[in-house]
Design a protein around this ligand. Structure first.
Ligand SMILES: NC(=O)c1ccc[n+]([C@@H]2O[C@H](COP(=O)([O-])OP(=O)(O)OC[C@H]3O[C@@H](n4cnc5c(N)ncnc54)[C@H](OP(=O)(O)O)[C@@H]3O)[C@@H](O)[C@H]2O)c1
Length: 240
């Protein structure tokens, strides 16, 4: 199977690539940086892993950058993982429109545009494909400073549910994985005290395991999940 994964250079996206490759799939990864960790995976899976450096904040040129120059229609896509994201965190009274727009470009507009062309690819090849968006526990629980970020993820959850409804007849599924806080670069600015407070809100009293998130994504992409669509699957250590 061929899968498109955004945000493949580190963190969750890199782990998703690792899991999909270990299952024998071909992976097309997008991020801005061609990281050393990704290059190591390329060595391990020669001819199975492909990379293109694209700045996903450029939502105007998605068709050209992603679909004309990388995953053209000659490649049959079986799934798309919308993982790349940025977090613009601040309290609402400090909201800056430029920063908000940039975050929405990466987290919402570009993923919607990619979904458009992924669906067209799936229709062209009569593929009963699977789309997985990565949301965040902050949509459902609420954290001070995350209102703008959480709103972008909430938009994706709505988009996924309605995409599932719209394209279900053609066998295309769309689901969301909702992770809790994980130890990645995105959460690296939090202090140990802040992290501790966040983890105390989970049943398992710990950070969400990146590998568990990646395995859940791989499951949703697979035939094993053929009856699951329009769902939000929480992988959050039981956040209260
Ligand atoms: N970490 C958490 O606690 C947490 C919790 C809940 C949900 N999530 C979600 O989980 C997903 C993965 O996050 P993570 O923790 O793995 O974050 P991360 O370590 O910051 O990785 C983000 C990935 O997105 C890529 N990316 C960011 N901006 C981009 C842009 N403009 N163009 C292209 N690629 C871009 C980055 O690559 P480059 O920088 O190389 O471009 C990187 O590969 C995200 O959707 C995030 O919102 C994270």
């Amino acid at each position: 199977m061929n899968y498109l994964v955004t945000g493949c250079s580190r963190g969750v996206g890199l782990e998703i690539c690792r899991v999909l490759l270990s299952e024998g799939h071909d992976v097309y990864g997008i991020a801005r940086s061609h990281s050393e960790e990704f290059k190591l995976l390329e060595c391990d899976y020669d001819g199975k892993l492909f990379f293109k450096s694209i700045d996903l904040s450029d939502c105007e040129n998605v068709r050209k950058n992603v679909f004309r120059e990388f995953v053209h229609n000659g490649i049959q896509l079986h799934g798309y993982v919308n993982n790349a994201a940025m977090a613009y965190d601040d309290i609402v009274t400090n909201l800056n429109l430029g920063k908000l727009r940039q975050m929405y470009a990466v987290n919402v507009f570009t993923p919607m545009m990619i979904t458009k062309y992924v669906l067209r690819n799936m229709l062209l090849h009569h593929t009963q494909g699977s789309i997985v968006h990565i949301s965040s526990v902050s949509v459902h629980t609420g954290y001070k400073g995350l209102a703008m970020y959480a709103s972008s993820k909430g938009a994706l959850e709505a988009f996924s549910k309605d995409t599932a409804r719209e394209w279900g007849e053609r066998g295309v599924r769309s689901n969301v994985v909702v992770p809790g806080f994980m130890e990645t670069q995105m959460s690296s600015s939090l202090t140990a005290e802040q992290k501790d407070r966040i983890y105390k809100r989970t049943s398992l009293k710990a950070a969400t395991d990146v590998h568990s998130v990646a395995e859940t994504v791989a499951f949703l992409l697979s035939e094993k999940a053929c009856s699951i669509t329009g769902q939000n699957i929480c992988v959050d250590n039981g956040t209260i």
